[in-house]
Design a protein around this ligand. Structure first.
Ligand SMILES: [Zn+2]
Length: 507
């Protein structure tokens, strides 16, 4: 952590306590990591004692934002380990970015140089980079670059030798890539901790004070807990894991809890693997597919439910959402547990009867407003009627379904204000949210999804002092400016984890 828990009295700004409510107060006192008092300036000052007074100079202070579904270790690994080749428009630019990384961080013996997201269609003539192009960067370091779609890679001569393959021009696609990925050394434990720290710090810098983060292995769980043990975890974290064996035993009281089973019911609309009840409009021979037989899914959900865990089911197509809700309903019917807070992740294609079912069951939907722009092909995949059922944020709120916001980073950018702006600026006008509602997806909504709404997601007295200060009031910004908003100050549990500009002195 950057600093111990000081006593801070915030004054002279817009202090927004609990989105979506719009109530503001004149002053807020932070003491021992919590909100100690809020209200009129004179009253709060009277109890502030020797607290350091922070003049907000008209800036807006709001509750810390929470990402209800992200992959921070995956993101941290990408940031630390992979050279980003997105947008490179010439072979020389790809080579220059790789050379720059070699110069900045020379690889240890045995370490590979990895690049991601190149797109030969952006290069003159559309020519694929070759092994020789990469050998020209370095012939003694194994180099692999991956195409933006992740379905093709180019390996240099050294990498091919280590993998025991000889591919024409170094190009490998689909399953043939596995021989290379198998020999790329995994991150060490120390690298994993460093990647986790980097991702959590970036999250704090964009305004996240908490995250619900998906992990794949015991080593990933250990990395976050090691960070916490060192006192270097800047945000609150909860973990979701795909294997019951990775979840905490009931009696455990971990600082970084792992008590949610994350399952996949289907794939994605982009790849036409999301399970629809009717065929894809732009490929009528398929309707995607469920990744589970419904009875097996029901049994898996039942086991986790009965063991006291939360279940989070990735379900994008309407058939997958239906299967997920059927499994959750069966578990609840057999063993009622009103506080289970099971969730459906993404819940993209929601015909009216499934919205009603979500409401009846009280199942949380964890949504990604950034998908509404990235999935520009939704209309083509689904056709007109079903496209109207995609991402019905306002309908969900109106029907009383709990809704939590997330970025799904690194699938989308780690940027809460971009996500908030996209929920506000929907092209489907009927499903637009107002700014306070969109912010609340990432405060109260996400806090509820993570069982934290009694001390996170608002700034009532007694709540954790998780807050951020932004230079302009998000409620007064047009979507473009809203999307570009960045905190100048982020506090987590009363500690300064990010401070720039006029608040730098607090950091
Ligand atoms: Zn995800």
């Amino acid at each position: 952590m950057d600093q111990g828990c000081g006593e801070l009295l915030f004054v002279n700004g817009r202090i927004w306590l609990a989105p979506p409510q719009t109530a503001e107060v004149e002053a807020l006192l932070v003491r021992q990591g919590r909100v100690a008092a809020v209200g009129e300036l004179a009253a709060v000052r009277a109890v502030a004692g020797a607290a350091l007074e922070v003049d907000l100079q008209g800036a807006t202070l709001l509750p810390g934002l929470i990402d209800a579904h992200c992959h921070l270790l995956w993101y941290g690994e990408m940031q630390r380990r992979w050279v980003d080749l997105r947008g490179a428009s010439s072979l020389a630019e790809i080579q220059a970015r790789l050379r720059q990384r070699l110069a900045e961080r020379p690889p240890a013996p045995g370490e590979w140089l990895l690049g991601r997201a190149f797109d030969q269609d952006r290069l003159p003539g559309g020519r694929m980079p070759t092994a020789a192009d990469l050998d020209a960067v370095a012939s003694d370091v194994p180099i692999v670059i991956q195409r933006v779609c992740c379905h093709a890679l180019v390996a240099n001569t050294r990498a091919q030798a280590l993998a025991g393959v000889q591919a024409p021009e170094g190009l490998l696609t689909e399953d043939a890539m596995d021989v290379v990925w198998r020999v790329v050394p995994p991150m060490t434990a120390a690298e994993r901790v460093a990647a986790a720290e980097l991702a959590c710090r970036e999250a704090a810098a964009v305004g996240f004070t908490g995250a619900q983060c998906i992990v794949a292995t015991a080593e990933e769980v250990a990395a976050f807990r090691e960070l916490a043990r060192r006192g270097a975890l800047p945000i609150h974290l909860r973990l979701l894991a795909g294997d019951l064996a990775l979840l905490d035993p009931p009696e455990a009281r971990e600082v970084v809890p792992c008590r949610t089973l994350k399952l996949f019911a289907d794939g994605s609309l982009g790849a036409r693997t999301a399970a629809l009840s009717q065929p894809y409009a732009d490929q009528p021979e398929t309707s995607g597919r469920l990744l589970w037989d419904p009875p097996a899914l029901r049994e898996c959900v039942r086991r986790a439910h009965c063991a006291g865990y939360q279940v989070a089911i990735h379900a994008i197509g309407d058939a997958a959402i239906e299967a997920a809700l059927t499994a959750i309903a069966a578990a609840q019917a057999a063993h009622p547990r009103p506080g289970a807070r099971h969730r459906v992740e993404h819940a993209s294609v929601l015909p009216p009867h499934l919205v009603d079912r979500l409401a009846t069951l009280g199942v949380t939907t964890v949504v990604q407003p950034q998908f509404t722009v990235s999935d520009f092909w939704t209309g083509a995949r689904l056709g007109v009627e079903r496209a109207g059922w995609a991402y019905p944020f306002r309908t969900l709120l109106r029907k009383g379904v709990p809704v939590a916001g997330s970025t799904d980073c690194p699938v989308e950018t780690l940027d809460p204000f971009q996500a908030i702006a996209r929920a506000v600026a929907r092209t489907v006008r009927a499903e637009r949210l107002r700014v306070p509602e969109a912010v609340a997806l990432f405060t109260r909504g996400a806090a509820y999804a993570g069982f934290g709404e009694e001390e996170h997601g608002a700034l009532f007295p007694g709540y954790q002092a998780d807050l951020l200060v932004v230079p302009e009031d998000p409620r007064e910004l047009r979507p473009r400016r809203l999307a570009a908003l960045r905190p100048e100050l982020t506090l987590v549990g009363g500690r300064v984890v990010h401070a720039v500009g006029r608040f730098r002195g607090l950091g």
